[in-house]
Design a protein around this ligand. Structure first.
Ligand code: FAD
Ligand code: MG
Length: 322
């Protein structure tokens, strides 16, 4: 970034998350338009209020198909496709378990094992039935619930990017509480911090520089609770109904589209480091940074970004040598 360019930051709280917009040049009206756009998508997609298009689908579970708008249909279609991948840890029908655990919300606690077992049959993604011609979504079993918490912020970040582009903005950044999408390439690129898990909010392991890329981080350290000395975080294993249990403390995905980053953080969480690096060898358009509880930082590869390690207590390796 040159000395003459000044970054203006605008913030809001939407979707229960801190939202940050960065622009070159002061433009309050544009920032308001961006926050209004995010709010419109929140109103369509939220499952944290009684009413939204997604809640209409959930309320009609086991009874009838529901008409939805094209963007909601396309997002659900994409979420279903990710859920149907063989061995996928992503599941758009995870709603009943998310609602029961309440992780990150008031009243979170470990549910009895028999309750979890009873909810698992309500989370089958194949029971989310889509009709492309009619633009409807039908949950075939009563009490099924769609939850788009692991994909919607990525989708919305891409829509904000598109909107800014249409407004003629050449350089900008939107951060939807861990889902970053960037436009353009200020001198030196956009610098994005990699947070140190379970440390003070501003403690960083390192930083990455990107241009025209999305950077999505999903971690076990933001939304969790502790009970009887154990930690329970918000990314649930669709196979067991319990939080995914492996070596990972965070996964960051670098990609062109933030929706891909959001989907892949969840997929990679399910795969772990070794399988995750192997899977990404077939996807040169997507790269990941894994942070483990053993203080390792593992880059699947690093052609889409540059990484700088700050915290020397961590060991930096790449997937090929891990
Ligand atoms: P990710 O790792 O990308 O996703 C984790 C989230 O996805 C979980 O919180 C859960 O919702 C869901 N999930 C869990 N396991 C799986 C799985 N195996 N497969 C698929 N999905 C899974 N938070 C509030 O506190 N208050 C609000 O009012 C609120 N409103 C929201 C409205 C919208 C439209 C959205 C998109 C989010 C909202 N949130 C709200 C935040 C939401 O509850 C999640 O915490 C958030 O989306 C998680 O994003 P992430 O990137 O941190 O995690
Ligand atoms: Mg995600």
């Amino acid at each position: 970034m040159s000395q003459t360019e000044r970054v203006y930051s605008y913030s809001a709280v939407l979707m229960g998350s801190p939202i940050l917009l960065k622009l070159f040049g002061h433009n309050e009206a544009l920032a308001s338009d961006v926050f209004r756009l995010i709010k419109q998508y929140e109103d369509l997609l939220t499952v944290n209020r009684a009413q939204s298009q997604v809640m209409s689908i959930n309320h009609a579970a086991g009874r009838q198909a529901v008409d939805v708008s094209r963007p909601v249909f396309e997002l659900i279609k994409c979420a279903k496709a990710a859920s149907m991948l063989p061995g996928s840890a992503f599941n758009l029908a995870i709603g009943p378990l998310v609602k029961r655990w309440k992780i990150g919300f008031k009243g979170d606690s470990v549910p009895p094992a028999d309750e979890i077992a009873a909810l698992l049959p309500l989370t089958r993604p194949e029971n989310v039935v889509l009709d492309e011609a009619a633009l409807t979504v039908f949950l075939t079993q009563p009490n099924m619930e769609i939850d788009l918490g692991a994909i919607a912020k990525g989708y919305i970040a891409d829509r904000v990017r598109d909107f800014l582009q249409r407004q003629g903005v050449e350089q900008g950044l939107i951060n939807l509480g861990g889902n970053v999408q960037t436009l353009g390439s200020p001198e030196g690129g956009w610098s994005i911090g990699l947070k140190k898990p379970f440390a003070q909010a501003d403690a960083l392991i390192g930083s990455l520089e990107v241009e025209n890329k999305s950077v999505v981080t999903s971690g076990v350290y933001e939304r969790y609770f502790e009970q009887d000395g154990r930690r329970y975080h918000h990314i649930l294993d669709p196979r067991t109904g319990y939080p995914l249990d492996n070596e990972l403390e965070s996964v960051t995905v670098i990609s062109a589209q933030s929706i891909d980053g959001d989907i892949w953080t969840t997929l990679l969480y399910g795969m772990g480091v070794k399988k995750g690096c192997a899977a990404l060898r077939n996807r040169p358009d997507i790269e990941a940074i894994f942070v483990t509880g053993q203080r390792e930082v593992i880059l699947s590869s690093a052609t889409l970004f540059r990484f700088t390690l700050f915290d020397k207590a961590y060991r930096l390796t790449t997937g090929s040598t891990a």
